[in-house]
Design a protein around this ligand. Structure first.
Ligand SMILES: [Zn+2]
Length: 155
């Protein structure tokens, strides 16, 4: 089930101009995302999320959501994965895989979209559910008019 959904998502990712993410990288990122999902700390929402970023050098960086009794202190899986990547020296990414147990594929929240655009405005996003459903977006379509460092330029 997941494989067929992933195959559809890969076809979309590969049909883009860049096509930087290989089938093997996508499979590895999916496995890393679901592995991270199993470690998610989500006692309040019970909405476990895993995420995995594929770095430009081929590395896979996973994260999971980490909730907190002070709800705003919680961290999404996407930003958790990004922090891991940055800590390991990677700052360029081709693809993000998001894994959930929801009925429908879940896109990153608005805060994560803003954080991701700082490093990867051309990011491809593949969202996969445990039931095998998948969806694909480009970050640029989810965050069409981002606030970036260029916005801060005074020249
Ligand atoms: Zn988020």
């Amino acid at each position: 089930m997941v494989r067929s959904g992933l195959a559809r998502a890969r076809a979309v990712v590969s049909s883009g101009d860049r096509g930087l993410t290989s089938q093997q990288q996508l499979l590895s990122a999916r496995d890393a995302a679901f592995s991270a999902l199993r470690n998610a700390y989500a006692p309040y929402s019970s909405f476990r999320v895993g995420a995995a970023l594929v770095g430009a050098a081929g590395g896979i960086f996973a994260g999971c959501n980490v909730e907190n009794s002070v709800f705003p202190a919680g961290l999404c899986a996407e930003r958790s994965a990004l922090a891991s990547a940055i800590a390991n020296g990677e700052r360029e990414f081709s693809t993000l895989v998001v894994a959930t147990e929801a009925d429908e594929p879940t896109p990153p929240c608005g805060i994560c979209r803003q954080v991701l655009v700082e490093f990867a405005p051309s990011l491809e996003i593949v969202s996969i559910t445990a039931g095998g459903a998948s969806a694909h977006w480009r970050l640029a379509e989810l965050l069409a008019h981002p606030f970036t460092s260029a916005t801060l330029s005074h020249s």
